[in-house]
Design a protein around this ligand. Structure first.
Ligand code: AVI
Length: 308
């Protein structure tokens, strides 16, 4: 197993905190605890994307396998615990599993566990923030590649960045395929419940970003002073997550500070919801062709296969 390291930037965090409106990149949601909280979110009754996607993959497995064709290297973008990808190992006869994720500690633990369950699959861990660039190590070779981007993580990019991201994947995938999950537009109450669950796991996930950046940028956020907000912005077709100050407070860091008044919000995440036609157009704009998709009975989620 090999690990590639990347640098985290406290400068980026501070410039987001001092911007108007203030924001924190959603990638900082995923330290080790954040990744575990996200795994817990995927098990919540209100959070339908993960299980709906799994149902689509299961129900249409034969057609999806046919659309993907021959492949042996699976590149899992935002692998997390890698569990979703394991469902593809056998049907696609995967020989090499390349797990790309921003959280190195989580990746290593996950791959060590997977390696003992799948001793014949070569495992490569790549610690990378692929939201800006995608560099894969030479050791993964030139066998046909299947890029796997499940869970509607594409929704965490705005449409322009989603296009740029898909173009990068397209460039890294000569003659390969992309298998990607996309969350679809649906009534606001269903969406808002999915991002503001009764157990408040999503609230913990959102507030954990402050704990994480306190470590990275030496800020002194008091988590008790911030509450979780999730709302559907219909004009932008996205769920927004914010952290709202419950009282006036001053946050400091080495050589700087910012005051927040009660009710002021820090924007932490967007999760865009798509129409299937618009997403197929986006894939074509990125240079993919032969795009096919499958959906569930309620049309809540879609799985696309596209050819590079
Ligand atoms: C990772 N990503 C697709 C999740 C989403 O639904 O946008 C992150 C998430 N945020 C809150 N709940 C889940």
């Amino acid at each position: 197993m090999s690990v590639q390291h990347s640098e985290k930037s406290s400068q980026e965090i501070i410039s987001g905190l001092t911007a108007d409106p203030p924001h924190i990149s959603p990638k900082y949601l995923y330290d080790e605890l954040g990744s575990r909280l996200f795994t817990a979110i995927t098990e919540l009754p209100e959070y339908y994307p993960t299980r709906t996607e799994a149902q689509i993959l299961k129900r249409h497995s034969l057609e999806i396998k046919q659309a993907v064709g021959a492949t042996s290297t699976l590149i899992d973008l935002g692998a997390g615990d890698g569990e979703k990808a394991t469902a593809l190992f056998e049907p696609f006869q995967i020989k090499r599993y390349v797990a790309v994720d921003i959280s190195a500690a989580f990746l290593q633990t996950s791959l060590a566990r997977l390696q003992s369950r799948y001793p014949h699959v070569e495992m490569v861990a790549v610690e990378q923030d692929f939201s800006h660039s995608l560099h894969l190590p030479n050791e993964i070779g030139n066998d046909p590649r299947l890029f796997f981007y499940p869970g509607s993580s594409i929704g965490n990019f705005n449409p322009a960045d989603a296009l740029a991201f898909l173009q990068r994947v397209r460039a890294a995938c000569p003659n390969g395929r992309l298998l990607i999950g996309v969350d679809l537009i649906k009534p606001a109450d269903i969406l808002e419940r999915a991002y503001d669950d009764a157990l408040q796991v999503t609230a913990a996930f959102n507030r954990n970003i402050l704990r994480h950046i306190n470590q990275l940028a030496q800020t002194n956020f008091n988590l008790h002073e911030w509450r979780h907000i999730a709302l559907f912005n219909a004009d932008e077709s996205r769920i927004e997550m914010h952290l709202e100050a419950t009282r006036g407070t001053t946050v400091t860091w080495p050589n700087g500070q910012r005051q927040f008044v009660a009710g002021e919000r820090i924007h932490t995440e967007n999760s865009y919801k798509w129409q299937t036609d618009a997403f197929a157009t986006l894939l074509k704009q990125a240079g993919f062709n032969d795009c096919r998709h499958w959906s569930d009975d309620k049309n809540w989620f879609a799985v696309f296969v596209a050819q590079a």
